[in-house]
Ligand binder design. Structure first.
Ligand code: AMP
Length: 281
C-alpha cells in the first residue's frame, strides 16, 4: 500500500493503474477510521481493481465553533486499517495542498442542501461538495463509495455527479452499527459512558419507526412517534426527526411507499445523526 500526500503524484499513480486497464475506486474519509469506513474499503476492494482511500479532515465543512480542532486524528491506526481492508493507495493531503490561498471556487448543490443537516449546519455541504469534487478530480475514479450513515450527503454527491457530468458511479453502502445499535461514527468517542447509553435513543426511535411502518402506520404518525421518543429521552436534544421522500428529502406524497426516517440530536456537546429506509404499506 502506498501513502501519498501530493495531489499531483496521487493523480499520476492512479493514472498508471488506469493505463494498465484497471477500474479505480475511491473512498473519501476524514480518518479516525472505524468498521463503517472499513466496510466501504472492503466493498470497493470486491468491486474494483485499484482502491484509493483518502484521509483529509476538511476544514471548509466545519463551521466556526464546531469540532474541527478536536476532531480525532489517528493516522497510524487509520493506515493500518486501510492496509488490512485492502487499499492500494491512501491519499493524505495537507490542507495547504488542497486549498490555495487565492482559491475562489465553491461547488454548491442548491436545493438538497437547504434542509435537515444543511439547515442546521449552513455552508457545511458546500465544503463537502467542493472537497469531494476536488478528490474526484485528483483520483479520477470509476466508482466512489459513501455510507448511508450520511444519507443526505450521498444524495447531494449523487446530484453533483449528475449535474456536473463527473461520469462516475456513486455506491452507497449500508450503515454499520455497534452491537447495541448505535451507528458507528468517529464522533462516538466524544461520548461519556452515560452519554453513550443515552445516545441509543436515536436507534430506538428508528427501530420503532420501522416497526410502525411494518404495521401500516402513516409517515406522519411515524414522525410523531419518533419525535415523542427523542423528545423524552434523557440527555438527548433533538435537532430533527422526520420521515421524508428518499430522493427529494421533502414531505412524501400520499401514495409513496419508500421513504427515509432521519434523526439528528445532540447528546451533551456531541451531535449525532442516523437514519433508516422505511417501506410504507
Ligand atoms: P467521515 O470520515 O465521517 O467523513 O465518513 C467517511 C465515509 O464513511 C462517509 O461516506 C460516511 O457516510 C461513511 N461512514 C461513516 N460512518 C459509517 C457507518 N457507521 N457505516 C457505514 N458508513 C459510514
Amino acid at each position: 500500500m502506498i501513502v501519498e500526500s501530493s495531489p499531483a503524484r496521487t493523480r499520476e499513480l492512479v493514472r498508471e493503474h488506469r493505463r494498465g486497464g484497471q477500474h479505480i475506486a475511491v473512498v473519501p474519509t476524514m480518518g479516525a477510521l472505524h468498521a463503517g469506513h472499513v466496510s466501504l474499503i472492503e466493498a470497493a476492494r470486491e468491486e474494483c481493481d485499484c482502491v484509493v482511500a483518502t484521509i483529509f479532515v476538511n476544514p471548509t465543512q466545519f463551521a466556526p465553533g464546531e469540532d474541527f480542532e478536536k476532531y480525532p486524528r489517528t493516522l497510524e491506526d487509520d493506515l493500518a486499517r486501510c492496509e488490512a481492508a485492502g487499499a492500494d493507495l491512501v491519499f493524505t493531503p495537507q490542507t495547504s495542498a488542497m486549498y490555495a490561498d487565492d482559491a475562489q471556487t465553491t461547488v454548491v448543490v442548491s436545493e438538497l442542501t437547504k434542509v435537515l443537516e444543511g439547515a442546521h449546519r449552513p455552508s457545511h455541504f458546500d465544503g463537502v461538495t467542493t472537497v469531494v469534487a476536488k478528490l474526484f478530480h485528483i483520483t479520477e475514479p470509476d466508482r466512489a463509495y459513501f455510507g448511508q450513515k450520511d444519507f443526505q450527503q450521498q444524495l447531494i454527491i449523487r446530484q453533483m455527479v449528475g449535474d456536473l457530468d463527473f461520469g462516475l458511479q456513486i455506491v452507497t453502502c449500508p450503515i454499520i452499527r455497534e452491537p447495541d445499535g448505535l451507528a458507528m461514527s468517529s464522533r462516538n468517542r466524544y461520548l461519556s459512558a452515560s452519554q453513550r447509553r443515552q445516545s441509543l435513543a436515536l436507534h430506538q426511535a428508528l427501530t420503532r419507526a420501522d416497526e410502525l411502518a411494518r404495521e401500516g402506520a402513516s409517515a406522519g404518525d411515524i414522525q410523531q412517534e419518533m419525535r415523542q421518543i427523542l423528545g423524552t429521552a434523557p440527555g438527548v436534544k433533538p435537532d430533527y426527526a422526520v420521515v421524508v421522500d428518499a430522493t427529494t428529502l421533502l414531505e412524501p406524497a400520499g401514495d409513496q411507499k419508500t421513504v427515509v426516517a432521519l434523526v439528528a440530536a445532540r447528546v451533551g456537546d456531541t451531535r449525532l445523526i442516523d437514519n433508516q429506509i422505511l417501506q410504507l404499506r
